[in-house]
Ligand binder design. Sequence first.
Ligand SMILES: [Zn+2]
Length: 197
Amino acid sequence: MGGPEVERLVALLAKLPGLGPRSARRAALRLLQQPEARMLPLANAMAEAARAVRSCRLCGNLDSTDPCAVCADPHRDRAVVCVVEGVGDLWALERAGVHRGLYHVLGGTLSALGGVGPEDLTADLLLSRLRDGTVREVILALGATVDGATTAHWLTDRLAPLGVAVSRVGQGVPIGGALDVLDDGTLAAALRARRPA
Ligand SMILES: [Zn+2]
């Protein structure tokens, strides 16, 4: 229906998280029915974001400035770094306003099944960030999955020789839950209830 242009649009939309083929068709139809009001502004916003947004070379956040706004903010506590799996977790913590330090985006967790090894993560970058002694505490805010726990142990071992305090968020993080699905209150409680790793 609608020709190859529409098929292509639906196929691309269907790849987005939360959208299957059925919702993708619905979204495509809504856009096509209001090309001036919805579709072109969306297309422009996407092109603009693709052009402007990049990965922060310090922490791995996505922003239109590099270093990102968090890393460049002089009011952030540079002695505390919160390690998260992905940018979605960082944004969730920022939305909740529960962390006043800096972040480090690890890029995932170690996963034997998923074929993710140490070389796929940004742990080396994290260790090099810690070398100048500014950072005194690293908070591991990884999901409470088996892979998250494995990764937390592995990172704790690697951080131990550097003499920084390492803590883990605990209470309130559901088993198998990713941080970015938690509500703000739960995130705040999880961060407050961190304990030594
Ligand atoms: Zn940054």
